[in-house]
Design a protein around this ligand. Structure first.
Ligand code: SAH
Length: 417
C-alpha cells in the first residue's frame, strides 16, 4: 500500500487538472480514491447484490495505453498537442499527463516539433481548414509494440518519407505508423480509411497469456494491467466446466471470449465494428483457438435472431459501451435462458438501469465486483454475475416496460469508444 500511495502522489498537482476535467480525483491518495469509488458502486448497485471490495491497481500512474493528442498552434506559431478543455472545443496544450503511457507522451511531443519543422498545416476546426488534426498512439504494454496514427483531412502527407524517417530516427521504438483520413466535421477522432506508412498497420499485445492484434479503429481496453484482473474475475464468475455454449456479446477484438474459450465447449462472439471482428478472427487463428466464431452484427439484433431460432446458450458475457445494453438484448437473454450472465460494465449508472430490468424479468444479481481500470478519473468498471431465479419464461419478445424511462439514463464520456 505504501508503494501505491507514493506512486499516486506523482499525479498530484497536475497543472491541467482544472481545464481537462478528466481526473476528478486529482491530488487524492489512491486509497481514498478507491474508497470513494466503492461508495459510489455500493450506492448505485448495492440494492441489487453484494458489492465486493474494489480491486485497485498495483500502479495507478501512467496506465493509459492509448493516448490522444489534438494538434494546435499558439500565437508564436509553435505547434503543440493537447486536449479539449472540458465542455468546450478550445485546445489546452498538455506536455505531460500523469495517467498516460510515458513513451506515448514523448512521441506526442516529437510529433509537435516535427509538424512545425515539416510545415504541416494544423487543422482549424472553426474554419474547417488545414491538414493535421490528431495523433493517436497505442502501446502494447507487454509486447512493447507502438502504433502512431496520424489523423489528417487528406490522404496526402507532404514529405511523407522524410517525415517517417525522422520520426523513426527519434523514436526507434515505434513499430508502425498509420495515416488515418478524417475529412468530416465530426467529434469522432478517427475516420474509416487507414493508409499504412510504416510497419504492419496494427500492433499486437498480450493479455492473459494470449496474443491479440489491435487495428487503429478497434476497441482495446486502455488499462492493460487491470484488464487481466478484470477478465480473470469475469471468467471466474462464469464458472465454466468445459461443456458450455458461451456468447461473448460486444466482443471487440475477441479478448474475453478468447480467454474463456479453453474453459468452454464453444464461444460465439458478436461485435458491431467490422475492423474489430476482422481482428477477432485473426486473433482466434493467432492463438490456435478452434472453438470460437465471430459475427459482425448489432448484439441486440443478433441475440433476438438467436432467440427466434430457438438457439441455446449456457453463459452470456456482455460488455457493452458506456451507454449500456438495450431492452431488446436483455429480453433476448431472458428467452435464451442461459444459466448465468456475466455483465462487464464501465458505467455503474447504466449498469444499474440494466440490472433493474433483469431483476424485473426474474434474474438475481449474485455478486458485484468493482475493478479500478481508470485511477484518478470518476469512471468505474464493475462485473455483475446474474442468475435466473424465476421459472416464468417469455416465449416471445415483448418489450413490456417503459422505454422512455429506460432511455432517460444516457451515455456518459468516452472510455469505451
Ligand atoms: N469486450 C471487449 C470490448 C468492450 S467495448 C473488450 O473487453 O475489449 C464495447 C464494444 O462494443 C466495442 O468494441 C464496440 O464496438 C461494441 N459495440 C458497440 N455497440 C454495439 C452493438 N450495438 N452491438 C455489438 N457491439 C457493439
Amino acid at each position: 500500500m505504501e508503494e501505491i500511495k507514493n506512486q499516486a502522489k506523482k499525479t498530484e498537482g497536475c497543472p491541467y487538472a482544472k481545464k481537462c476535467g478528466g481526473c476528478v480525483y486529482q491530488g487524492k491518495p489512491y486509497e481514498e480514491q478507491l474508497k470513494l469509488k466503492q461508495k459510489t458502486v455500493s450506492s448505485l448497485l448495492g440494492k441489487y447484490g453484494k458489492v465486493s471490495p474494489i480491486l485497485g491497481a498495483q500502479c495507478p500512474d501512467h496506465y493509459r495505453n492509448k493516448v490522444h493528442g489534438i494538434f494546435g498552434r499558439d500565437k508564436k506559431g509553435n505547434v503543440f498537442t493537447g486536449i479539449y478543455e472540458e465542455k468546450s472545443h478550445r485546445i489546452v496544450p498538455v506536455e505531460n499527463c500523469g495517467i498516460e503511457d510515458s513513451k506515448a507522451t514523448a512521441i506526442l511531443k516529437t510529433l509537435a516539433v516535427l509538424a512545425k519543422q515539416f510545415k504541416f498545416l494544423i487543422y482549424d476546426e472553426d474554419r474547417d481548414f488545414g491538414l493535421l488534426r490528431h495523433a493517436l498512439i497505442r502501446v502494447g504494454r507487454k509486447s512493447g509494440e507502438i502504433m502512431v496514427v496520424l489523423v489528417l483531412t487528406s490522404p496526402i502527407l507532404p514529405s511523407k518519407n522524410s517525415f517517417t524517417k525522422e520520426l523513426l530516427r527519434r523514436h526507434p521504438e515505434i513499430t508502425t505508423i498509420v495515416l488515418n483520413v478524417n475529412d468530416r466535421k465530426t467529434t469522432m477522432v478517427l475516420g474509416t480509411r487507414n493508409i499504412t506508412l510504416y510497419g504492419k498497420g496494427y500492433i499486437e499485445d498480450e493479455l492473459c497469456g494470449l496474443r491479440f492484434r489491435i487495428s487503429p479503429n478497434s476497441f482495446y481496453q486502455i488499462n492493460s494491467e487491470q484488464t487481466e484482473v478484470l477478465y480473470q474475475k469475469a471468467i471466474e464468475f462464469a464458472g465454466l466446466t468445459g461443456k458450455e455454449r458461451v456468447i461473448d456479446a460486444y466482443c471487440g477484438i475477441g479478448t474475453i471470449g478468447g480467454c474463456a474459450a479453453a474453459k468452454a465447449k464453444e464461444v460465439i462472439g458478436v461485435e458491431l465494428n467490422k475492423d474489430a471482428v476482422k481482428d477477432a478472427i485473426t486473433n482466434a487463428k493467432l492463438n490456435n483457438i478452434k472453438n470460437i466464431r465471430f459475427w459482425n452484427d448489432d448484439a441486440g439484433k443478433f441475440m433476438i435472431r438467436m432467440a427466434e431460432n430457438k438457439e441455446k446458450a449456457d453463459l452470456v458475457f456482455m460488455d457493452p459501451p458506456r451507454s449500456g445494453s438495450t431492452p431488446e438484448f436483455i429480453e433476448s437473454v431472458n428467452i435464451l435462458k442461459p444459466k448465468r450472465v456475466v455483465y462487464v460494465s464501465c458505467d455503474p449508472t447504466t449498469l444499474a438501469r440494466d440490472l433493474e430490468l433483469f431483476t424485473k424479468k426474474g434474474w438475481k444479481v449474485q455478486k458485484i465486483q468493482p475493478v479500478d481500470m481508470f485511477p484518478y478519473t470518476k469512471s468505474i468498471e464493475s462485473i455483475a454475475l446474474l442468475q435466473r431465479v424465476s421459472n416464468t419464461r417469455s416465449r416471445s419478445i415483448t418489450l413490456d416496460f417503459d422505454m422512455e424511462d429506460y432511455h432517460r439514463i444516457k451515455n456518459g464520456d468516452d472510455h469505451k469508444k
